[in-house]
Ligand binder design. Structure first.
Ligand SMILES: [Zn+2]
Length: 210
């Protein structure tokens, strides 16, 4: 099984989560996790603007607290904002109540900064317990993905990652990138090529469905 795609059974095990978008047209959903981070998130917003593309940014509350103006820039550019917990918590290591409180704290900083509580949530590390998911089910749409860019692997060549992303791209996919400090060099090498590939293939972007 390839490490670049989710095991195909997962969407069947967790049917209440969003794993992909509508695939009727040549459209794809771009998502960016872990920002907002200065020098990375602002660069991503510019690259998207150059190409008229929109994306969803799953923000970490602590980063929103540090860079509120940058979070506002992302929202003002017409991108969707999602909750990615306040402290980038691991579902494995966190009790249900503490997890839910951290998600709520992220909601508060996002509402105070952007004037809106996000309806989308993505669990850090792509995993949360069923108890944590149940606790959020009424308030949030839980968004997963079906294509991982692996931009956090600095030891893999950019050429290989671009090849993997482009060869697996199909209508309706949700792809994950990371707009954070650790990934910024790899991201800056692969994202422009990937976005230009999408344009070349006639893709446009679609936001997540609320
Ligand atoms: Zn994350």
């Amino acid at each position: 099984m390839s490490v670049y795609q989710i095991p195909f059974l997962l969407p069947f095990l967790y049917p209440n989560r969003i794993w992909k978008g509508p695939a009727l047209e040549q459209k794809i959903s771009l998502t960016f996790d872990d920002g907002p981070v200065l020098g990375t998130t602002d660069w991503v917003v510019e690259e998207l603007a150059k190409r008229g593309m929109k994306a969803t940014f799953f923000m970490v509350g602590d980063n929103v607290c540090k860079h509120p103006a940058l979070a506002q820039t992302v929202a003002a550019a017409g991108h969707q904002i999602g909750n990615h917990t306040y402290h980038h918590l691991s579902g494995w290591k966190t009790a249900i109540q503490a997890y839910l409180e951290d998600v709520a704290a992220c909601d508060v900083i996002l509402a105070n900064t952007l004037g809106e509580v996000p309806q989308f949530f993505r669990p850090p590390y792509g995993w949360m317990s069923s108890g944590q998911a149940k606790g959020l089910a009424a308030a949030k749409k839980i968004v997963m993905w079906n294509l991982l860019s692996y931009d956090f692997h600095s030891n893999l060549s950019s050429e290989k990652l671009i090849r993997v992303c482009t060869s697996r791209t199909a209508p309706g996919m949700i792809i994950v990138f990371h707009d954070q400090q650790k990934t910024k060099e790899q991201l800056k090498r692969i994202l422009p090529c990937y976005l230009d590939f999408l344009i070349g293939e006639g893709y446009t972007t679609q936001l997540l469905e609320g």
